[in-house]
Design a protein around this ligand. Structure first.
Ligand code: F0G
Length: 354
């Protein structure tokens, strides 16, 4: 019987590990690429959704974290550190547990979804809340790495992008070809850079014949690539991408330009509408930031900018269960209360007896 062995074992020949390295796994990667007929019909293309919320800690971060953590533990690190809007910290905490080493996480005070905070806590990370935003947290994390005996596992660690590039391999392996367009949300800009690296490597090795155009979408209140410069006070309901000074700036600009792609902005309202559409019409519950790509696709389709019949892959980056507060904030939460009786249930449902 076959079981998916995690991204390092599955893509070993494409990753920079030695036989002597300690290679970890929690079974990350191998996530489904789900064809979305309703979304395809809505935009006049073939849309496939890469469901990264299916990873062990519920986001794409696990691909890069297993790689960065394997490097860290192989090099004898005792403690890893990261800045995070939530998902990186959840993933780092889980993989540090697996590696048997310590984990410290720097989090922007009051801006982390409850589910992500819970993950960092239950996996035993040391939490530090910073009176500042993600960009402030990352600056502290970089300085800790430079001046103290800790290993940085943010995406400025090259092993993070090495692991994350495997998602592009999986998309190509599932489609049997590279898509025409790959769409994803952009925050600190590691993921768009990693996908572009993965797509190029598969093309350069002759496994695929082409590379997709990379379409990135930021939240309008946190869109430094759209502004063309860092944003001092990023603000968005999509807290995962509430970032004003992305670390992988040059790599993301290269991904955009070399692929013939774009990085554009979507409003919080468009993000929430796309989240609701994914949940209510496609059947996939994602966190707000994860819906930015779908919001962007719908925006481009409305402008007539989606090529008819194109094969499109969209990454939805994180599981909706991580942030139920935002998802439920505009919903009616009260179910109809009945006595424990079948006829009372049938009455609520408006059903007549057979
Ligand atoms: N989607 C989700 C759910 C994320 O958590 C992130 C980043 C992104 C998209 C953007 O990816 O940074 O590679 O451009 N979250 C980081 C964190 C910043 O700390 O969890 P990116």
């Amino acid at each position: 019987a076959h079981q998916w062995r995690g991204v390092i074992a599955e893509y070993r020949e494409h990753l920079p590990f030695a036989d002597s390295d300690t290679l970890l796994t929690l079974g990350e990667g191998g996530t489904p690429l789900v064809h979305a007929p309703t979304l395809s019909a809505a935009v006049g293309a073939e849309v496939h959704i890469k469901v990264e919320g299916m990873n062990p800690t519920g986001s794409f971060k696990d691909r890069g974290m297993v790689s960065a953590m394997s490097r860290a533990v192989s090099d004898g690190a005792q403690t890893v550190v990261c800045a995070s809007t939530g998902n990186t910290s959840a993933s780092a905490a889980a993989y540090a547990t697996r590696a048997g080493i310590g984990c410290a996480v720097l989090l922007p005070q009051g801006k982390i979804a409850a589910g992500k905070l819970a993950q960092a806590i239950v996996h035993g990370a040391q939490l530090i809340a910073v009176d500042g935003n993600f960009d402030d947290c990352l600056e502290i994390a970089r300085k800790l790495d430079a001046q103290f005996p800790v290993e940085l596992v943010n995406s400025v660690n090259p092993y993070r992008l090495q692991g994350q590039k495997t998602a592009a391999f999986e998309v190509c392996d599932a489609l049997g070809t590279a898509p025409d367009i790959h769409i994803l949300p952009v925050g600190n800009a590691g993921n768009i850079s990693a996908y572009w690296m993965g797509y190029r490597e598969y093309r350069d090795k002759g496994i695929t014949a082409s590379t997709p155009a990379m379409w990135g979408f930021q939240a309008a209140g946190a869109a430094p690539f759209v502004a063309g410069r860092p944003i001092p006070d990023p603000e968005t309901i999509a807290t995962a991408i509430r970032i004003g000074a992305p670390a992988s700036w040059d790599l993301a600009v290269a991904a955009r330009d070399d692929s013939g792609g774009v990085i554009e902005a979507v409003t919080d309202e468009q993000i929430l509408q796309a989240q609701a559409m994914l949940a209510g019409e496609v059947g996939i519950f994602v966190e707000p930031a994860s819906a930015a790509g779908v919001a962007g696709l719908l925006l481009k389709a409305g402008r007539g900018e989606v090529p008819t019949g194109a094969t499109i892959a969209i990454t939805v980056t994180g599981n909706g269960l991580k942030d139920i507060d935002t998802a439920l904030s505009q919903r009616d939460l009260t179910p109809t209360l009945i006595e424990a009786d079948v006829n009372a249930a049938a009455e609520v449902l408006g059903l007549a007896a057979l």
